[in-house]
Design a protein around this ligand. Sequence first.
Ligand code: UP6
Length: 248
Amino acid sequence: RTRKSYEEKNKETQHHISQKLINIAIAKKSNLIASADVLTTSELLSLAEKVGPNIVALKTHIDIITDFDYEKTIVPLLEIAKRHDFLLMEDRKFADIGNTQELQYSYGIYRISSWADLVTSQVIGGYAAMEYFLNSGIVAILGMSSKGTLTDNHYRNEAEKIAIEHPNIIGGVCQNEISDSLLLFTPGVNLATAGDGKGQQYNTPEHVFKNLHSDFIIVGRGIYKADDAEKASLEYKIAGWNAYLASL
Ligand code: UP6
């Protein structure tokens, strides 16, 4: 089966966040999302500044920032995102009942709903639990990249049905091909290594675009652990874009 181009997906989607993301991808010739799994505000902001020109989105795990402070962490991050034209994706992987997810999304110190263009959520709570992430596009976790994950074929299919039906879900995280009415985000991408010794399993950009028809690659340690994160982000950007073009 042939894959859909960004232009085709852009025409078909109704969600403004998908359109925003795809428009940035086309303008920057990039399908790279950098995962900023760093522990301090200064590392987060410095990474965002370095990789900003090469990415479509910066993915955060905001709850690992040891010195989090909304004014010092989020306010400057929003300014960098605006200046370099990328979206913010909080990889919170919500996994509770709707009411609790709604509280976790908007309250506590992180106030995710006030800054995240995209949030990730498990689909384990079912369709109704996904109703409350109103300010963001939802990326549903359909399948995981870790060795021994419980996201088997049955789970993935049921989760995918919810993702297709739900107007607020714009795409999925998966290691398999999914419906092309969704955007596919693929973590577990690394050009240099096949695993991390902690269960993570890596693929190349070529594999995920050609075989899975992925739309966006998510790269963490391949970039933020590199000696030169700026250079590494450019390498992944080029590798991702060439792999996308080759998959058309
Ligand atoms: N992530 C995965 N696999 C999944 C879902 N999410 O690796 O199935 C996330 C991790 C991490 C990033 O939480 O933030 O993607 C991958 O980082 P890495 O490139 O350093 O392995």
